[in-house]
Design a protein around this ligand. Sequence first.
Ligand SMILES: Cc1ncc(COP(=O)(O)O)c(C=O)c1O
Length: 411
Amino acid sequence: MSTQVAAGHGLSPAGAFPTLEREGLVYLDSAATSQTPLPVLDAMDDYYRGHRASVHRGVYALAEEATELYEGAREKAAAFVNWGVEETIFTRNASEATNLVAYTWARTNLVPGDRILVTTMEHHSNLVPWQLACEMTGASMAAVPVLDDGTLDLDVLDAELATGTVKLVAVAHVSNVLGTINPITDIVARAHAAGAIVLVDGTQAVPQIPVDASATGADFYVWTAHKAYGPTGIGILHGRRELLEAMPPFLGGGHMISTVSLESSTWAELPGKFEAGTGPIAEAIGMGAALTFLDDLGGMAAVRAHEREVTAYALEQLARLPQLTLHGPLDAAARGGLVSFHLDCAHPHDVAEILGRQGVCVRAGHHCAQPLMKRLCISASTRASFGVHNTTQDVDRLVAGLGRVLELFGD
Ligand SMILES: Cc1ncc(COP(=O)(O)O)c(C=O)c1O
């Protein structure tokens, strides 16, 4: 198949992304961070120019407006993935959201002999916090391996769960390297049947596929705005109310308290309990605008359909290069909007640099997934990831750029 997606700006309106107006630029690194569309810049600018005040405490109009915008963004984020508003907590990024759970839930619930089950395809931000939690509690970790086709070995998941020692499963919804869309609802059901709770890292899923976090059954669902067309500096933790209420606070300070004496304090209701200090006000407002921007493109079903076409085209074109090994599922239906690959003749950093000189921006390295690199027997890979602005012509530019790499490094 070779469906051609319209030239120019993909699914997004012409001129939506100021950065992409740069002559000759092909941005294929949305999985690292997405570009920022005008409505997001405008919304943040509007806050700073027209409604700048602290939130929650003020009783004057500016503060009320700022609070309305900030809490409106929380409502938007919660609705976007179908989660409760009060159980939607703002953090600094996805890593901090996972650390919040590791430092609070894990520290108070795990004992020696308990295990945390991760997978070999996790981003370091869904591995290292659990290693730290294990150091603190005496619990240990195990990992579900990745099969040769880039999917998880669910037999090992079942075998690990059957030991009865797994208290938490931490798993990516969509892999940032393989693109694999994991069967999250199934994994959660199996974990729950074995008495384990589940944290889902939805960082790559939320910007790429329709997500109903409640329907997955996950106990915690984590994502980040800067990969979903929002600004840097804000991540999101959705948690199950009973768990959040039972967890101790993560960071102490203003806003997260109900009462404070010199001796002790009591905690604010959710979500404030986990939001110490002044929140990411402009960032939340920008994130809300980003989600509205995605809705206005036709919603995540339209985004997914668009990126799936571009990804299918990329898989088809890249498969024609005999020197290139593709990682992850070969079927676009089974993966998100990114492709990682390896060229025997050139190091990924050289590939990315030569592509960069031709205006094609891709990511090279271990992608914060060193255990997965080890599993793939490589030290690094090249990754092209797609966003709403990309087209099949962008893939053609990638393939042409790789042609130049092969001229320089190939036999
Ligand atoms: C799958 C996955 N999880 C977590 C993260 C970390 O996100 P953040 O930078 O917002 O902490 C990333 C970022 O690359 C990612 O791809």
